[in-house]
Design a binder for this molecule. Structure first.
Ligand SMILES: *Cc1c(COP(=O)(O)O)cnc(C)c1O
Length: 360
């Protein structure tokens, strides 16, 4: 089996894989209601959130479904959203806002740039903004945007955050209670190590229960899901087997020690890979302190185009990930989520060494 160094889907543990073969189940039966509510509780427990104030809403769909449900459901009829872009996923938030006719403005940075707090403060001080939508870990470049710094500024202007945490939930620090997080989108198949097919939004309940609420989608309306899931139901058929797998993955996550343990394991693997690649003359795109614990991006080695590097590594059983857009010809990315061992990381470095040497 290939070692997946792409940012999700991830290599499954045997326990999660076995859970997929759970009993056939109708989504209108009590057993489903129990499975669903157990998972919703476990998702809140990842960051120690109280069920009175917070809720996890489960959706059948990939991470983008959760982004779209969050952005389409939380801002009220005329609430204005400031979207911060510094990569593909920030730009995706803007496309979602435009499609749904959400009142928004954009603070744009080139991919990989840092967000300027002074500029943010300037925009918020002019007033009129209700929410900031921002990506936590921008997978385009591996940059971890500083949510705390954004939240401190937002707080001064009574603005709340809508966070794309799809590639950070479960492994990076996320201060829900003390920061102004209204909602956070996540997915089963990245840092939580489940199977693709289920995504979720962690929502502060008061942001869905308000009198200027807007309905912009039939399928992705969070308020509908929340009401029915609180009552043990679901508006539409859910991916039952994917939920079995997510339930097992959340148990494994907790038993291993939660998000901190996961962050430390990823950091060790990425750190070993980074040292090994740099020793081969392969330069990282960003400095380590600006990067997530999940993924690092590197400049392609001299004289080796992405496709060649990808194909040769695949022959050795490793799947790397291409850069997007303008980065397609200049970078590659590796992520360390999922059931990957340090042995895998060392074998990966050996494989890269062999490819680079054969060119020298
Ligand atoms: C993976 C990812 C998504 C969702 O992508 P899907 O292909 O819909 O699962 C959203 N945001 C970020 C930051 C991601 O890394």
């Amino acid at each position: 089996m290939n070692v997946l160094l792409n940012p999700g889907p991830v290599n499954l543990s045997e326990r999660v894989r076995a859970a997929l073969a759970g009993p056939d189940l109708c989504h209108r039966e009590i057993e489903f209601a129990q499975l669903q509510s157990g998972i919703r509780d476990k998702l809140l427990e990842v960051y120690g959130l109280s069920a009175g104030e917070w809720a996890a809403v489960l959706l059948t769909g990939s991470g983008t479904a959760a982004m779209e449900a969050m952005l389409g459901s939380i801002p009220g009829k005329d609430d204005k959203v400031l979207i911060i872009e510094n990569g593909v996923y920030g730009e995706r938030l803007t496309r979602i806002a435009a499609i749904h006719g959400i009142n928004h403005s954009v603070m744009h940075y080139d991919w990989g740039q840092t967000i300027d707090g002074g500029e943010l403060e300037g925009i918020l001080s002019r007033g009129g903004i209700k929410y900031i939508a921002v990506v936590h870990h921008e997978t385009t470049t591996g940059r971890l945007n500083d949510l705390d710094a954004i939240a401190v500024i937002a707080e001064r202007y009574n603005v709340d955050l809508l966070v794309d945490g799809v590639s950070s939930f479960g492994a990076e620090a996320m201060d829900f209670e003390d920061r102004r997080i209204a909602a956070c989108a996540g997915t089963a198949n990245k840092c939580l190590h489940g199977v693709p097919g289920i995504s979720f939004v962690i929502v502060n309940r008061k942001h869905l229960d308000k009198n200027n609420a807007a309905t912009r989608s039939l399928y992705l309306d969070l308020a509908t899901y929340l009401k029915q899931q609180d009552a043990g139901g679901t508006p539409f058929t859910q991916s039952v087997q994917t939920l079995y797998a997510l339930d097992a993955a959340l148990d494994e996550h907790r038993e291993e020690g939660g998000w901190r343990t996961r962050r430390d394991a990823y950091r060790q693997r990425l750190g070993t890979a980074r040292a090994g690649l740099m020793a081969l003359g392969i330069e990282p795109l960003l400095e380590e302190s600006a990067s997530s614990c999940v993924l690092h991006a590197y400049q392609l080695p001299d004289g080796i185009p992405y496709q060649e590097l990808h194909d040769k590594l695949k022959q050795d059983g490793f799947i790397i990930y291409a850069g997007q857009g303008d980065f397609a010809k200049s970078i590659f990315r590796i992520s360390m989520m999922g059931a990957i061992t340090m042995e895998d990381v060392k074998r990966f470095i050996e494989s890269v060494r062999k490819i680079v040497r054969s060119k020298a």
